[in-house]
Every structure is written in C-alpha cells, then in structure tokens.
Design a protein around this ligand. Structure first.
Ligand code: HEM
Length: 353
C-alpha cells in the first residue's frame, strides 16, 4: 500500500493510509448468491484502480481514494482455498447495558476525497458496474466537521499512529505472510443522542472521553474504576507495548431528520486488537464499568472486512488464481504456496449476523 501521494497520479487503490479527507462515503453491500453475481464482483473489484483513475484524474488535488474490504463469507466464495488468519464475521458484543450488533456486509467501499462530487461520482460508477449483483445495506456520507471534531464536539483521531508505527499497526506483516500488505477493517455506525450528551457538563463530557474539549489535552482517569474512552481503547501487550489501530472516523447526519452520528472505521494488522477495544467499551474494565460514550451513542451496525493488498485484489479478478497451485504471479495462486495449508473448508463458521 502506497505511502506516497503526489498530484501527478491518482492514489493507488487499497491505500489504507490515504490522507484524511474532507468527505467520505462508507458503502456496505451484500452480494447475490448466484455465480453471475460473483463474476461481476470479481471483475469490478479487481478493476477498482481504473475506476479510481477515471474519476480521480479529473482533479488530482481532490485526492480521491478507495479501499475495498471483503467480508468473511464472500472471501470464502472468492478464494475457497485460503483465508487471512483472523478473518471472521463480526461477533456481537453484549454488555449489561449496551450491545454492539453484528450486521451483514460482503463488501465495504471506503471512498475518500476532498470534493464531495468525486466521492459521489466514484460511488455512482461503482454501483453502475456492480448492478444487481449487489444490494446496498448501508450507505453513509461523512463530512469533516471543523477541526477534525466528531459531533460530540471533541477532536477525533489525535492518538492515531504515525510514521513507521502506522504501517506496523495497520498493515499485516510477517505474522501472516500470505496476506502481508493487507489489513483488517471494522466499521460501526454510531447514532448520537445529542440531548443526552449535552445534558452533561463539559467537565463530565471530558471525563467520558479522557481529553479536554477545547484544547484536546489528555486527562488522567479521575473516577475510581470508571475509565475514559481513551483508556478503554488503549490495548497493551504482555511486554507493555501499546497496540494501536488506524482510525478515520467521520461525522454524518441530517439535522432535518434528527440524525447525528459518528461512522467508526478502524484498520488494524491484528483484528483481535480492534475487537478487544470494542469488548472493553461494551463490557467494561472492570466488567460493568462500560464506556460512557455509549450512553449517548448507539451502535447501529458492526461489520468486519479484510482489505487485500492491491495485487491480491487485482488477482481476485481471475477465478483460476484462487484454485490450483501457483503460477508464478503475485496473485492468490502464489499466495497459496506460501500458506501453511490452512483451508477455508475445514474451519467452522463465525457468529452469524
Ligand atoms: C461513538 C463512536 C466514537 C467516538 C465519537 C469516538 C471518539 C473518540 C475521541 C474524541 C477520541 C480522543 C481523541 C483521539 O485520540 O482520537 C478517541 C480516541 C480513541 N478511540 Fe474512539 N470514538 C468512538 C468509537 C471508537 C471505537 C468503536 C473504537 C475502537 C474499536 C475507538 C478507538 C479509539 C482509540 C484507539 C482511541 C485512542 C486512544 C488513545 O489515546 O490511545 N473509538 N475516540
């Protein structure tokens, strides 16, 4: 995945580290059961670079980018022989008070740009190409809100990894060599109860988030047992190293219909890190002391996808690549050779949405 952006060429597909943008579209679709639909999906997603070029080249300064994620069930249809080691259907997380639901999704398109028309046009061409092979289950249009604030009024994204840490956190490396260069992405669409949130004082809101509202300064947790959002989402390994994820949350909403939300999107080299964060938010640490952000934010969706590197995505266009031994290309066939023999067929299904 590229880390270089210039105004000379469009941004490569699957650049999870594409620049933060002013607008985004989060499009989640399911794929019809027939083989024609699968063929259409293969052709469209493997050619995503061309679609991004067609639209993005018209204004390179608009920084159009697109990341495609593939859900576990669709992955098993596309590549029956081998699967990324952690790829699972998002498992519902049920706390005492709040639940993170698991909702369907075979493909995620994370489209980002600094112009809303670029996002719109790419989505339009994409859905045109996919036709009735897919059904849209969620389409959310996000926008950047003042100084990168969410609709709760806090600056969102500060603690994201930077530099070399970014790659190590978000991009799969040697731990799963067959899928190196890929990433896991989890999305959750949260709807805010802004009346409940604004009934809190600013100090109370700051304690919930763990940062000051105006100046975005980190705060220590002050109430015994009750950890702030930023603490519940801090995951530390046995050696004391923090395990980060790469977030690109976006506000969305429609004041006219009373809808206000945050679209959470988190990329990670290790799916379990993101899921541990969600467990800690909904169940609490210690259990019962859940994330108070949830008293004003309801998770309406929850879906997990694998983001193949661009060469692997392109190889999905050829059904032959997912079968049989390697042919020497960078495609799935060669990936199969380097795998440890883990097959899709001999594993049990994850939690159904
Ligand atoms: C209603 C939805 C959410 C909102 C409004 C929200 C907002 C925020 C804000 C304002 C911060 C502090 C600034 C920053 O570092 O970005 C933050 C931190 C963070 N959030 Fe969230 N968040 C939401 C959901 C989630 C979820 C579902 C996860 C994980 C699965 C998550 C993971 C994190 C992480 C890892 C941090 C950084 C913690 C640190 O300081 O190391 N957030 N979030």
């Amino acid at each position: 995945m590229s880390t270089q952006y210039s105004d000379r060429v469009p941004i490569d597909a699957q650049s999870v580290d594409a620049p933060l943008s002013r607008f985004a579209v989060f499009l989640v679709v399911t794929v019809a059961a027939d083989s024609d639909a699968l063929a259409t999906v293969r052709e469209t997603v493997s050619g995503i670079d061309d679609l991004v070029k067609n639209v993005g080249f018209r204004d390179l300064g608009g920084h159009l980018s697109c990341v495609v994620g593939v859900g576990r069930r669709l992955w098993d249809r596309l590549v029956p022989n081998i699967r990324p080691s952690e790829l699972e259907v998002f498992g519902e997380v049920r706390g005492d008070v709040h639940t993170a639901p698991s909702t369907p999704g075979d493909l995620l398109f994370h489209i980002r740009a600094d112009r809303v028309d670029l996002c719109f046009e790419l989505e339009r061409q994409l859905l045109d190409a996919l036709g009735d092979a897919v059904r849209v289950v969620d389409e959310t249009q996000g926008f950047r809100y003042f100084d990168v604030r969410d609709l709760l009024g806090f600056v969102d994204g500060t603690a994201n990894p930077i530099g070399r840490e970014l790659g190590a956190s978000a991009i799969i490396g040697d731990e799963d060599p067959a899928f190196a260069g890929g990433s896991y992405v989890v999305v959750q669409k949260y709807l805010h109860d802004l009346d409940a949130w604004t009934s809190l004082t600013v100090e109370q809101q700051e304690a919930v988030i763990g940062r000051t509202k105006l100046e975005n300064i980190e705060l220590d947790d002050s109430v015994e047992n009750q950890k702030a959002h930023k603490t519940l989402t801090t995951i530390v390994d046995d050696d004391g190293n923090e395990l980060d994820i790469l977030r690109d949350n976006m506000p969305f909403g429609s004041p006219g219909s009373g809808e206000f939300g945050t679209y959470f999107i988190g990329y990670s080299a290790r799916l379990w890190v993101t899921m541990r964060m969600i467990d800690r938010m909904f169940i609490g640490d210690p259990p019962g002391f859940y994330d108070k952000i949830l008293d004003a934010s309801t998770a309406a969706t929850g879906t997990t996808f694998f983001v193949p590197s661009n060469p692997v995505l392109q190889a999905l266009g050829d059904p032959g690549e997912s079968k049989g031994p390697a042919d020497g290309s960078l495609g799935i066939g060669s990936l199969r050779q380097t795998s440890d023999g883990d097959t899709a067929a001999d594993e049990t299904e994850g939690t159904a949405p």
